[in-house]
Design a protein around this ligand. Structure first.
Ligand SMILES: Cc1ncc(C[n+]2csc(CCOP(=O)(O)OP(=O)(O)O)c2C)c(N)n1
Ligand SMILES: [Mg+2]
Length: 501
């Protein structure tokens, strides 16, 4: 019946109550209450990133979906499989234009690769199967089900034919990539999407060993497997000058499951596209293609050997001491993160730039904000932990972003999830201050400060966390952070550590 769906992150209303009731009789789907639709969407995103299988959200009409959109946007950019199920008013009632009525489909199209309103009970199992299948190539599906169709008896409850469909590998594109990597001197392979998981990365490492190309990825990949036995993949830097300086050294780049790199914002005098016109770009496969298979074909086409050069030595940094800085936070995390950790990075200005340590650390999963809509960290960590309850999850969480979806802490406590949240309490929207400084503003005026400082009043993160049922402490020195992180990782259940930066 469930078509492979195991978990539903939900915030239901009256128009979804028949589905809530159905969970009582249909075994196999765990329902998890999230106290804001953005938390439900972000959690389903985290679940999808970890498992490559969709979780379901259950959202209430247009307003419920609207509340989830920012985090569905991140899921779309992360290419997460995710199924939204949204209740609609009963078909006969919709015409009356009741207060909560809204154009749900229009909202859904902004984030979904597949959208359907169910028009008959007979088609419900089929619609659900198609919606789930569409998620499997890495996209959001939205199924809108009118209340009367939810209530009607369904004869055929079997959800059949849930298969993933990738575009076939294009041999001519493989040939072009082989020639490009052989003939050109300075080349880069930019990998994205599913290529950032073990098999794709191993194929990429073979290609690098055979051709000497560099391995790069997008600035904000949705999911990367990192650590011993995997090649280090360099993220293209966030700021355009640094990104251009990394990319300008290549004669040619091959894009494998990644889009052509562009700047985050339009900065005066800087091109949107980070590659110059004279740099050759070869598209190995489109975003809907099977990028892992394409990379394996490319490696074979280059006669790349199986044993590729990957990092094998564990190197942990020494634990730093003294007042906490962003750099010391990164070092402490690298020194202590356990085998198989899941690192959810929304540290923003506290986390830019400690990637070079990661290849020598134990295996871990690493996730970023992908679509840039802040507040994804704690929800995404929640979903990742539901997907992988035995793996320790560490969320590096900027303070301003945390406040968008802070209710995720309650779900973490209720579900007893093994998540340690490290709040980067710099008490400001620091990145906006950095961006203002980039435009030449050296001293922030009162309006700029009013809109970028998070004090007064100071947010007391220990009380906030405790209020949601999560044990919490505060630290301001690196030694304290190491002690508290160690303790939090030892104890089951969620913890929060406020890092005063
Ligand atoms: C949903 C959404 N709203 C607003 C923004 C604009 N924005 C980007 S970063 C930022 C502030 C981030 O501050 P914080 O999370 O404290 O990180 P810091 O810069 O201090 O490291 C804002 C408001 C956004 N990217 N997404
Ligand atoms: Mg901040």
């Amino acid at each position: 019946m469930s078509g492979g769906i195991r978990v539903c992150f939900a915030n239901p209303g009256t128009t979804e109550l028949p589905i809530v009731g159905a969970f009582e009789t249909v075994p196999g789907i765990k329902s998890i209450l999230c106290l804001f639709e953005g938390v439900a969407a972000g959690a389903a995103d985290g679940y999808g990133r970890m498992t490559e299988r969709p979780a379901m959200t259950l959202l209430h009409l247009g307003p419920g979906l609207a509340n989830g959109l920012a985090y569905l946007h991140n899921a779309r950019r992360a290419r997460s499989p995710l199924l939204n199920v949204i209740g609609e008013h009963a078909t006969w009632h919709r015409k009356a234009d009741p207060p909560l009525a809204m154009d749900i489909e229009s909202l859904a199209h902004t984030v979904s690769g597949w959208v359907r309103t169910n028009h008959s009970v007979k088609a419900l199992a089929h619609d659900t199967a198609e919606g789930i299948a569409a998620t499997l190539s890495g996209q959001v599906s939205t199924l809108i089900v009118p209340h009367d169709n939810q209530l009607a008896a369904v004869e055929d409850q079997t959800i059949r034919g849930v298969r993933s469909v990738f575009d076939p590998v294009d041999d001519r594109a493989i040939g072009r990539a082989v020639n490009c990597l052989k003939d050109r001197d300075a080349t880069a392979l930019i990998v994205g999407g599913r290529a950032l998981r073990q098999h794709g990365l191993q194929a990429a490492a073979r290609i690098r060993a055979a051709t000497g190309c560099d391995l790069l990825t997008e600035t904000l990949p949705g999911y990367v497997e990192r650590g011993l036995g995997l090649p280090q993949v360099t993220r293209i830097p966030y700021f355009p000058e640094a990104a251009v300086s990394v990319l300008s050294r290549y004669e040619a780049v091959v894009l494998a499951g990644a889009k052509e790199p562009v700047t985050f914002f339009g900065y005066e005098g800087i091109r949107s596209h980070l590659l110059r016109e004279d740099q050759e770009i070869v598209h190995l496969c489109g975003l809907r293609g099977d990028v892992v298979e394409a990379l394996e074909h490319l490696a074979d086409g280059l006669r790349a050997r199986e044993e590729a050069a990957v990092v094998k030595d564990l190197i942990r940094p020494n634990l730093p001491e003294g007042c906490l800085t962003p750099e010391k936070v990164g070092l402490t995390l690298a020194a202590l993160q356990p085998e198989n950790a899941i690192i959810v990075d929304e540290g923003l200005t506290t986390s830019l730039g400690d990637d070079h340590l990661s290849a020598h650390l134990p295996r871990h999963a690493f996730m970023t904000i992908a679509g840039g809509a802040i507040g994804y960290g704690m929800p995404c960590a929640s979903g990742a932990s539901v997907a992988c309850p035995d793996r320790p999850v560490i969320t590096l969480q900027a303070d301003g972003s945390a406040l968008y979806t802070v209710q995720a802490l309650w779900t973490q406590a209720r579900e007893a999830l093994n998540i340690t949240t490290l709040i980067c309490a710099n008490e400001s929207y620091r990145i906006l201050q950095v961006e203002m400084a980039r435009t030449g503003v050296s001293l922030l005026g009162p309006h700029s400060l009013a809109l970028t400082e998070l004090r007064p009043p100071r947010i007391d993160w220990v009380k906030v966390a405790q209020g949601f049922g999560v044990p919490a402490t505060t630290v301001s020195r690196a030694e304290e952070l190491a002690d508290e992180l160690h303790r939090a990782l030892e104890e089951p259940g969620p913890h929060l550590i406020e890092m005063r930066l």
